[in-house]
Design a protein around this ligand. Structure first.
Ligand code: SAM
Length: 329
């Protein structure tokens, strides 16, 4: 009943939605893609925005910065986000896509909510644990991530947001214009495929001796293999107890092996729309985590949490994985 009412309200607001989609698409092509500002960063950001307005996963900072991004602005936020909020509020519908943490096994529709939940839990545990809590958070490929702006009150944690210059500048500007407190955040420009992010981090005041959480969410699939390996090697040099939260695709989906041919083709096409490219995946093996574990073994890191989208009974079987990796020794 709630879903039906939600759909009726959305249909009623369709003209506003259509105008919103047209402006959003124009801004995406003309302001983001044309200026090398990440378009894909808007996908998880949009999902977090929708969970926020549904009241399932509060994210005030995301809502605030959505008024000042190249893709969104206050008008687009009103036309797409506020209208959905109204429909959700009036109908009481918060299910499925807008749900958080959502049902398990997750699905293509709920994978971003599952992903947010996995990393939220992982970060929360690392910053609140009594023994050796993390003191620094580094968000590699930060896009429009807002976790640094939503830390529990009174926590003295230094944050570093790392991304390529155009996306980082757009994010920083939005954070400033939205007056989101950011004194504890350093914005660090780098291109993982060109240079070592550690040097840029050190120059920005990163302390390699402090226990650190590295959040590497929604990024590995856009990189080349050497960069992923180099990053894992660098994480292995961080202080003992440091944690890496990372997600990755299977080699099967990246290379379009059977039975992923069709899904792989559609995904490559969707990402190409943003002028970006999917290029890296990890072989899964029977346990799904086999390929990652052998990569980690090479550098001396350990896998401590592992989840995936979907279930082994699915056709095609799981291809999207979430991992928590630690430097234990
Ligand atoms: C899909 S977005 C994910 C953003 C954010 N982590 C999130 O989950 O909302 C991928 C991000 O990685 C960044 N990125 C991709 N390749 C990069 C590279 N070679 N160097 C630095 N950042 C990169 C993009 O600019 C973009 O912000």
């Amino acid at each position: 009943m709630r879903l039906i009412l939600f759909i009726i309200l959305i249909v009623f607001m369709l003209p506003l939605w259509i105008v919103g989609v047209i402006i959003y698409t124009w801004r995406m092509r003309r302001l983001c893609v044309a200026q090398n500002i990440s378009g894909t960063a808007n996908e998880p950001f949009g999902a977090r925005l929708m969970m926020h307005i549904a009241g399932t996963r509060p994210d005030d900072a995301a809502y605030k910065i959505a008024g000042y991004l190249p893709s969104y602005n206050k008008l687009v936020r009103f036309l797409l986000v506020d209208t959905t909020w109204l429909a959700s509020k009036l109908s009481g519908y918060t299910g499925s896509m807008l749900d958080y943490p959502g049902k398990r096994p997750s699905s293509l529709l709920t994978m971003l909510s599952h992903r947010s939940d996995f990393f939220d839990r992982s970060i929360n545990k690392a910053i609140t644990r009594t023994e050796n809590p993390v003191k620094q958070i580094v968000v590699l490929g930060s896009g429009y991530d807002t976790r640094c702006y939503d830390l529990p009150e009174g926590m003295d944690i230094q944050c570093f947001e790392v991304d390529m210059a155009p996306t980082l500048a757009a994010k920083k500007k939005a954070v400033q214009l939205a007056a989101v407190p950011h004194d504890h955040v350093a914005f660090v420009e780098t291109d993982f495929n060109q240079e070592t992010w550690m040097e840029a981090l050190l120059a920005a005041g990163f302390n390699p001796d402090l226990t650190t959480y590295i959040l590497w969410e929604g990024v590995t699939m856009y990189l080349v293999e050497g960069t992923v390996r180099d990053t894992l090697k660098l994480v292995a040099t961080l202080a003992k107890g440091s944690v890496l939260g990372v997600d990755y695709f299977s080699t099967g989906i990246i290379e379009g092996h059977p039975p992923y041919e069709k899904l792989s083709k559609n995904m490559h096409k969707a990402i190409k729309y943003y002028g970006e490219k999917l290029q890296f995946g990890i072989p899964t093996g029977e346990s799904y985590s086999e390929g990652l574990e052998s990569l980690l073994k090479e550098v001396g890191l350990s896998l401590t949490e592992f989840e995936y989208v979907g279930s082994e009974k699915d056709k095609p079987p799981p291809w999207y994985f979430f991992a928590q990796v630690e430097r234990l020794e």
